[in-house]
Ligand binder design. Sequence first.
Ligand SMILES: [Zn+2]
Length: 502
Amino acid sequence: MTGRRTIIRGGLVLGDHGRAAPQDLLIDDGRIVAIENPGFDVSDDVELISASDRLLIPGLVNSHTHSHGALNRGAVDDKVSLEMFLTGAGASTRSRGLDDKYLSAALSAAEMIRKGCTACFDLSVEFPQASREGISAVARAYSDAGMRAVVAPMIADRTIYQALPGLLDALPDDLRSQCAALAATPIEQTLSACRVILANWEFDRRWIRPALGPTIPLHCSDAFLTGCADLAREHGVPLQTHLAESRAQAAIGLVRYGRSLVGHLEQLGFLSERLSAAHAIWLDDDDDIKRLGQSGVRVAHNPSSNLRLGSGVAPVRNMLKNGIAVGVGTDASNTSDGQNMFEATRLASYLSRIDGFATDAWLSAGDAFHLATEGSAKVLGFEKIGRLAPGYEADIVFLRLDSPHFVPLRAPLIQMVFGENGASVRTVMIGGRIVFHDGKLLTLDERLLRRQAQEAASRLDQANAETYASAATVARLVGIFCAAQGCTGHVLPRKLKVTCEG
Ligand SMILES: [Zn+2]
């Protein structure tokens, strides 16, 4: 017992196995030290917080997001696929200064907290290259918001035109030369920037930790992937990549490597417990999933952005059967239009129901909530978040029980997972500190953030206008190319064939 002690009395506590019961929680130095029946004795110096008429749940954990997406909200057109997005205006992070990088992360953190999320895994990109200052600006935004985060520079050594064989040839002459001239930052330059970031981490790792994000296997040479894995091992940090997110990636991977993307990564020695794979949709149902399970790779499931970009449905039940730890993520605010973990969690459960009529195989509300808390915690590598239990961090969300979907109250877990949209969030505590209460974020000035965001959006849209205009034309052509690639007659994973033939 070392720090400030707090007792939360009168709440309905969502504990293990989804059971909710009236209990009191004692917190010391930001951690839960006891959960007991109501009214247990504490000394007079313990601060009292009333949670009467509240459901107390562990803070949701976002296993995959990109803070840079917050400043690009609204920049991604309707009917845009993944590869169109990657070549288009919405993905642009050009012309941003350090203040913009901080601002984008602060906007993202503010939304997550408002919607009951207390920790995230952020792959943050910088143009033209990753830097210690840029990643520190992002980490500082989370620190100022009072949130936990894993922050990884999102990196690659190939442009999309180098990543997808045949793409350049499919473009008209004028665009081909323009796109062929683009180049990613050389490997050594990027890896040495990452080395600097990892060697000089200045944030308390109880709260904010570093990682590496080699973005998409096809966008990274083998030497680059191996270099990232070596660096991660050397510094004891996690890695996250976007794996088999689109049908085109899986099809092109087969052509490029002569085996599936997972098979290729396995051969490189890239699969390990250190790695988490975001999306993981277009996998071979048997071999790939077994390989991921056997090597301890974790998965970040992103149902909202998978639907928004038309990427597909991840085989989550099969992953769980193979012992894979799966978390839930929102992905960036420019590809899923928000950081709402309640919605992502609900979608994770609902989407599991379109595969067949065997109700036993569906993800229950409890399963989905487990993924969005303890499953995501495994992706982040934080051992003591995602549960309300003694020894765990006091990351607690207080939900109002007078919200319509809780009235009448019969099954708090089901009513929360299937009915909550974040509007019932009354109070958010992270590490024993209240960071949001009664509609107000207590750590960041949201009015100021809004003003700064509008100013930055106008300035950046103007500075990037030329890039945006040419990106719009290229994006359409890339979309056509990738749609065709996804449906060619190469040896494709089972689901690819079914979809293409259907
Ligand atoms: Zn992503």
